[in-house]
Design a protein around this ligand. Structure first.
Ligand SMILES: Nc1ncnc2c1ncn2[C@@H]1O[C@H](COP(=O)(O)OP(=O)(O)OP(=O)(O)O)[C@@H](O)[C@H]1O
Ligand SMILES: [Mg+2]
Length: 405
């Protein structure tokens, strides 16, 4: 069953609700769905791995299911990182190239990015992504790729996404113990964006919100690059827990009620409709108004988007959503959520479905798979970019040596 490892890409999404493994292969340079495995999460608490053994077992099971479905051996994977420990900051820095004007090289760009990233990070913070927003060459802003241009001072505006070193290490350790070597880490909101938004939205300005089980990761794009990343510590499970407490039912029943009858806007639910609650064992079933569910869910939905709005305001990007807000992740399935998003953010909102890969089954083309599919697309795109850079460097070296002969 072994195959050239570089013709396969495997991603592992260790979510608070589910663990997902997705395998794709490269067919004439394009990604093609190969197989997947999904199991309920175990050993997770508040978006972090709290118990290694159950987490390792769950990852192993998801990887085995993916291997069977993809008919290949999975040895390496790219891992998604999410949870309230992820943060983003913007930074600016640059280099002076010397007294004479000269052509900017790829190494100069790296040096400028290095200077901009050298903001002091607190201990135990790890860099997840260094995302250049724009380069400024001799005071001229708005440059996307300065390589080959001529100038004297090169500066860069950089978005730096960081996470807790120990939290990401726990995920990597679990993957390793499940027999998977981790080659890369990707912030889940960046991945979700990769699968759900268009180039036009990136340019005009858009916020992508991935509402998972334990938390909601977000990334804002403006003028083609990442302007802001953050995490709101509320996910779909908070809605479920509110129902469990408010209706006096077990969490499992609350989850079923939310998915079957839930709505985030009270006035959209008929006043007459009633539903039966089984309740906690030992208590008699009861009838309640269906509206009662929304009376519990709506305040939570409003809180989520209120916190999002405050986060965007503090990040200076509230006015940057020219295209609107794309809501994805399993939590985005709650009917009425888009209305709440639109009323609090005052921009259009839509659900983010991942772009389907060739041969991908319909069950994967769903919001809860947006980050997982996006991890594949992100990995594929960055590999192509790196290969092109390496090729450019090799061509340059060849030219240099040819010239010196
Ligand atoms: N039909 C539905 N209506 C409302 N909520 C739903 C529906 N289907 C799923 N959800 C919610 O989506 C959440 C799970 O989303 P998802 O699978 O994206 O999370 P995860 O990736 O496992 O977690 P995280 O990203 O927080 O680590 C759960 O809270 C679940 O209740
Ligand atoms: Mg998730």
């Amino acid at each position: 069953m072994s195959e050239r490892p570089d013709s396969l890409i495997t991603v592992l999404d260790v979510g608070s609700g589910h663990i997902r493994v997705l395998v794709a292969d490269l067919n004439d340079g394009a990604l093609r769905y190969r197989g997947h495995g999904i199991v309920a999460a175990a050993g997770m608490r508040k978006g972090l791995i709290a118990d290694l053994q159950p987490a390792i077992q769950a990852i192993t099971k998801a990887a085995n299911l993916a291997e069977t479905s993809a008919q290949c051996t999975v040895e390496q994977c790219v891992v998604g990182i999410g949870g309230p420990h992820v943060r983003g900051v913007n930074s600016r820095g640059g280099i002076t190239l010397g007294s004479r004007l000269r052509e900017i090289s790829r190494e100069d760009v790296r040096a400028a990015v290095d200077r901009a990233r050298s903001v002091s990070l607190p201990p135990d913070r790890e860099v997840l992504h260094l995302l250049p927003q724009q380069f400024i060459l001799d005071e001229q802003p708005g440059i996307h790729d300065p390589v080959g241009m001529v100038g004297n001072r090169l500066e860069v505006n950089l978005h730096i996404s960081t996470c807790s070193g120990s939290a990401s290490q726990s995920v990597i350790t679990c993957a390793n113990r499940a027999g998977l070597e981790v080659t890369e880490t990707v912030f889940e909101a960046i991945a979700a964006a990769e699968a759900t938004i268009s180039a036009d939205e990136r340019e005009l300005g858009v916020c992508v919100l991935d509402i998972g089980a334990g938390s909601s990761e977000l990334a804002v794009f403006f003028e083609g690059s990442v302007a802001h990343t953050a995490v709101i510590p509320i996910g779909g499970d908070h809605f479920t827990n509110d129902l469990a407490v408010g209706l006096h039912v077990p969490v499992q029943e609350a989850e079923m009620l939310k998915c079957r009858y839930g709505h985030a806007v009270v006035t959209s639910v008929s006043q007459e409709a009633e539903i039966e609650l089984q309740g906690i064992q030992g208590y008699a079933p009861r009838m309640v108004r269906q509206r009662l569910l929304s009376e519990i869910l709506e305040p939570r939905a409003r809180e989520l988007f209120h916190l999002l709005r405050e986060n965007l305001r503090q990040g200076g990007v509230l006015e940057a959503m020219g295209a609107g807000c794309v809501v994805t992740g399993g939590g985005s399935r709650l009917p009425g959520l888009l209305e709440v998003a639109e009323s609090l953010l005052r921009v259009p909102a839509r659900i983010g479905y991942p772009v389907p890969l060739s041969r991908m089954p319909q069950e994967i083309v769903q919001p809860e798979f947006a980050a997982t599919v996006g991890m594949l697309l992100y990995t594929h795109r960055t590999r192509i970019m790196r290969a092109a850079e390496d090729q450019g460097l090799r061509a340059k070296l060849r030219a240099m040596f040819a010239g010196s002969l």
